[in-house]
Design a protein around this ligand. Sequence first.
Ligand SMILES: *Cc1c(COP(=O)(O)O)cnc(C)c1O
Length: 412
Amino acid sequence: MNKLLKWGLKNRKEPGVTIREMLAMLQANLNKNDTRPLVHLGIGDPSVHPCFRTTPLAENAIVHSLRSSHFNGYAPSAGISAARRAVADYLCEDLPYKLSEEDVFLTAGGNHAIEILLTVLARPGANILFPRPGYPLYEARAEFSGLEVRHFDLVPDRGWEVDLDAIEALADDKTIAMVTINPGNPCGNVFTFEHMQRIAETARRKGIILIADEVYGHLVFGDSKFVPMGTLGSVAPILTLGTLSKRWLVPGWRLGWIAATDPQGILSESGVTDSIRDFMGLTADPATIIQGAVPEILKNSPQSFFLKTNNLLREAADVCYTKVSEIPSLKCSHRPEGAMSTMVKLNLSTLDGVVDDMDFALKLAKEESVLVMPGTVVGLKNWLRVSFAVELDALKVGFERIGEFSSRHAKK
Ligand SMILES: *Cc1c(COP(=O)(O)O)cnc(C)c1O
């Protein structure tokens, strides 16, 4: 027992409230006598809504993979060759240089890719820079790897751009990497190319790896185009994360990737890619039958499917933005132009008896059967994260109820 105590397992710092824990708290607070249907604006899983169904091509690719009997065995630990090559080709369409299958590692979804990178990059005394607001799994995972976490802000008044001065101030010789999420979760922003150039130049000057979380890649519907960070791979070494989960609306299929988008070869020279390859041999693989379907899915998914998804998201984002502007206690500082959620600021001075974002979300769940995520969970107190990847009718009903809640609690 003494030894266990000495190892400090008990003293492990409690991670903050995770999204899942918060959802459980909100759900426990629902009023069971409310017969109205629950409106869930708290999760980023659109697949529960019939309008967000994946393309039949992807479903058929899985069936074909299964029936072929070629994908019933163990896969090589970095993934089957044809699928790695397909990811490399898919990414190359938007890059000014070539990737080979050796640059790509298949993971069991984006979360697994995060787990692998934060395990491989952890060194005693090292620190890593994450955006705030962000995606809380990064913090929780870094804690387990013993990586010190430092936060830089995303600036709401500048369309949620990275506060580059903060990076200059935070990064030191123990900083191993910084993370960007573009298109942005939770803010729904899309970086301009000029801003991405400044991020990459900062990373180069500071000698740090840029981890580009692009799990929402191509899910854009505003004025800004999606440009992969890997485009700037010759400026700074970049590790790109992707997944089928979001663009193909199939988070349950658990297929993602890490790509070394690093034409200068800094990552392989410094042993990072070798470490990733080694660690892939120790960690779980995505199911082989899913890997078997990847080439068909990445090469042949119809543009019409992608267009339809982006159009649905644009409509939903617009409803969300317009409705928020009609509710006095809420403010959305930036019209969402990508991904599936946005951050809404609470104006608590207009409300009576609502102390903070947690209180708002818990009371809203109880009184109106609407779930939204308190901003505290993603790093911004007294904001809310609203996921708009839901059926339009449900979204409208949800905002009607938030409006009623707001009026009922308005300061007289
Ligand atoms: C959803 C998400 C992931 C995880 O992707 P999965 O493939 O669902 O594991 C990673 N990063 C961000 C920012 C996400 O929103």
